[in-house]
Write a protein that binds this ligand. Structure first.
Ligand code: NAD
Ligand code: DAU
Length: 376
């Protein structure tokens, strides 16, 4: 049995990771540490809360004392570090929080792990592991003919978000090199799937269509991202946690480059088809273009570009594939359709996360009781 601390477990990837892990390793102890920012949602963990070996702790990764106490009291030997401020646009309008949470927060966790695992009772933690979840954005931006990012591509982060993640990667590496903290790092491409906050491109477009709003395409829409279904990301993390070499870095991706415009058009066609097949959707979503006799694509709107917008990301995950047998299992068409269906069928979820007063109430309830409110 393993005992894991998962930071940021109430966010998009974190909550998917928790569901994935409980399904695959029901015997393991799972403790989530999450401060429940706007992006952390207790409702994402409702199913997990039923599980006897799951525990949620509302708290901040910058609280070193709390983390040390959790590691000791729960005898946690693995940290899967996902907590971060994650949205590039927010980092452009307000970089300070990103520097504090992503850099100082990661440093605080590293200090806690070092103190408890390396300076405390070593026999209590015979095989510790700190896994840091990072991003392909640390490598910067590619031109059209450039080779995909490998683990030895030099870091050239362009946004405050990417720079803060790059700094956190360097700290993790330094703690491994200097103090011998057993660490691994993964740099993953763009994720999509259920429970993603509707500020990121795919869920934003889905909820905008269903609410009769336009689809904002930055610049010329030709920026390229390399999309991976979140469940495949979790599979990659599982392989690294199980057999990844200490001190190593692993890229995670599935060679699925799409321009933003192509991706949004695919989403539009899928939505049109679903509305044509399922007549009840017209009643449920009267504002959606198909309910008003329009094609979804008519909602596209080109808007001012993101400052410093990276042109292209592409990730080479040969190391993970070759060493640990990674391969993505969810095709883009299938993943997009299931994601679209998830948002269609979970309207209360996305309406609630977008309603701040409801979120505040939930966070308040959850923080006090230590488990999600019934029916949330
Ligand atoms: P998210 O924004 O959905 O979730 C972040 C979670 O961290 C939230 O639950 C939030 O409440 C929590 N959090 C934030 N600050 C905290 C703090 N100070 N203390 C404790 N908890 C805090 O993010 P995500 O998209 O799930 O990304 C998770 C991780 O994966 C991040 O580190 C991100 O950089 C990385 N990543 C994301 C993607 C992607 O496409 N979304 C791709 C590659 C890597
Ligand atoms: O590459 C991994 C990264 O992917 C993660 O590290 C980040 O946490 C995650 O947010 C994501 O960053 P991006 O900036 O690539 O994702 P986002 O969904 O914000 O944007 C995807 C692309 O779509 C990007 O080129 C900007 C564009 N876009 C985005 C929004 C929100 C638009 O054209 N319109 C929009 O409204």
């Amino acid at each position: 049995m393993s005992r894991l601390l998962v930071t940021g477990g109430a966010g998009f990837i974190g909550s998917n990771f928790i569901h994935y892990w409980i399904h695959r390793h029901p015997e393991d102890r799972l403790v989530v540490l999450d401060s429940l920012t706007y992006a952390g949602n207790p409702a994402n963990l409702e199913a997990a809360a039923e599980h006897p070996s799951f525990r949620f702790v509302q708290g901040d990764i910058r609280d070193q004392e709390l983390v040390e106490e959790l590691l000791r009291r729960e005898a946690l030997e693995t940290i899967v570090h996902l907590a971060a401020e994650s949205h590039v646009d927010r980092s452009i309008s307000g970089p300070d929080l990103f520097i504090d949470v992503n850099i100082n927060g990661t440093h605080s966790l590293l200090k806690a792990a070092r103190r408890v695992w390396l300076e405390g009772d070593k026999n209590a933690f015979p095989k510790p592991r700190f896994h840091h979840v990072s991003t392909d954005e640390v490598y910067g931006s590619l031109g059209p003919g450039d080779a995909a990012f490998t683990e030895s591509t030099p870091y050239r982060p362009n946004s405050p978000y990417a720079a803060s993640k790059a700094a956190s990667d360097h700290l993790v590496r330094a703690y491994q090199h200097t103090y011998g903290l057993p660490t691994t790092i993964s740099n993953c491409s763009n994720n999509y799937g259920p429970y993603q906050f509707p500020e990121k491109l795919i869920p934003l477009c889905i909820v905008n269509l269903l609410s009769g709003k336009t689809l904002p395409i930055y610049g010329d829409g030709q920026n390229v991202r390399d999309w991976l279904h979140v469940e495949d990301h979790c599979r990659g993390l599982e392989l690294i946690l199980k057999d990844g070499r200490i001190g190593e870095i692993y890229n995670i991706g599935s060679r699925n480059e799409q321009t933003n415009l192509d991706l949004v058009r695919l989403l539009c066609r899928s939505m049109d088809n679903l509305f044509a097949k399922r007549s009840e959707l017209g009643d449920r979503y009267p504002e959606a273009p198909p309910s008003r006799g329009q094609l979804c694509e008519e909602s596209l709107e080109f808007v001012t570009d993101r400052l410093g917008h990276d042109r292209r990301y592409a990730i080479d995950s040969s190391r993970l594939e070759g060493e640990l047998g990674f391969g993505s299992t969810i095709t883009f068409d299938r993943g997009m359709e299931s994601t679209l269906l998830w948002y269609l069928d979970n309207e209360p979820w996305w309406r609630a996360v977008m309603d701040e007063s409801y979120r505040e109430w939930m966070t308040d309830q959850y923080g006090k009781s230590g488990s999600p409110p019934a029916g949330a």
